[in-house]
Design a binder for this molecule. Structure first.
Ligand code: F6R
Length: 248
């Protein structure tokens, strides 16, 4: 199904969404062993990673030639900080597959020179020839990566100040609000749009309003995910609950 230029795949629930995306990734890795995979953190892709690990153990599909690039990382957290996105990825995926640390990239949030780190990360992605398949989640305000409403659609990797709603949404991973970092490094919307293919995942009733806006409102800088309407191969994979506000 297609509304605007983002393709839409509707699946029954979170489990089927996760299974479908994990199978797709495994199929792509079999076809292109050197796949350059863009990854996200947050709650949404956790099921995909669990299914991918199961497929890896069941079928032996190998990731040893892949490289991965994560969307973002908190500023001020060392890679081995328990709440860093590097730790999230190591614990939930990287350590469970045949991937070594040298194949997996995230921005360095504790870098001495953050501007320099953003340039380095952007160039690193380009030096590999860009991302083949980027997995995205969507924030309640339509953010992708940490690109909050108003971010330019041609932005490269950059430092962002996190909005209070994003910090509140991420509070569940920290003890107190003051522990939640105030800034992050994120791939820009331009960086994301240069990926060859994009899967945007949305599940659950909480995402129904932002999915409605994405599919039924005019693409606009106030809704960062709507930039995907300008991508030639972007698919929204959505469960019944998250599509429930879209009436045809
Ligand atoms: C994560 C990321 C964010 C999340 C978004 C949705 O790397 O870049 O854009 O994808 O905040 O988060 P969840 O999946 O927790 O609802």
């Amino acid at each position: 199904m297609q509304l605007g230029s983002v393709k839409v795949l509707i699946v029954p629930n979170y489990h089927s969404m996760s299974e479908w995306v994990a199978r797709e990734i495994a199929t792509r890795v079999r076809e292109i062993p050197h796949l350059r995979l863009g990854l996200a953190t947050g709650s949404t892709p956790e099921g995909v990673y669990q299914h991918l690990i199961q497929i890896y153990y069941r079928t032996g599909v190998s990731f040893r030639h892949c490289v991965t690039f994560n969307l973002d990382e908190y500023v001020g957290l060392a890679p081995d900080h328990p709440q860093s996105y590097r730790s999230y990825m190591t614990n939930r995926l990287f350590d469970k597959l045949d991937l070594t640390m040298s194949q997996t990239y995230l921005p360095l949030g504790n870098s001495y020179d953050l501007m320099d780190e953003c340039d380095r990360y952007e160039q690193l992605i380009q030096s590999y020839g860009g991302i083949d398949l980027q997995i995205l989640g969507i924030g309640l305000n339509g953010h992708i990566g940490f690109n909050e409403p108003g971010t330019s659609w041609d932005s490269d990797t950059h430092v962002v100040r996190l909005t209070s709603s994003t910090r509140m949404a991420n509070l569940r991973f920290f003890h107190t609000l003051s522990d939640v970092p105030t800034h992050a490094i994120t791939m820009g919307i331009g960086t994301i749009l240069r990926s060859k293919q994009i899967y945007l995942l949305a599940a659950g009733e909480k995402k129904a309003e932002v999915v409605r806006r994405l599919l039924l409102e005019e693409p606009c800088i106030k809704l960062p995910a709507s930039a995907l309407h300008h991508h030639p191969d972007a698919t929204l994979i959505v469960d019944q609950a998250a599509i429930s506000k879209v009436k045809w």
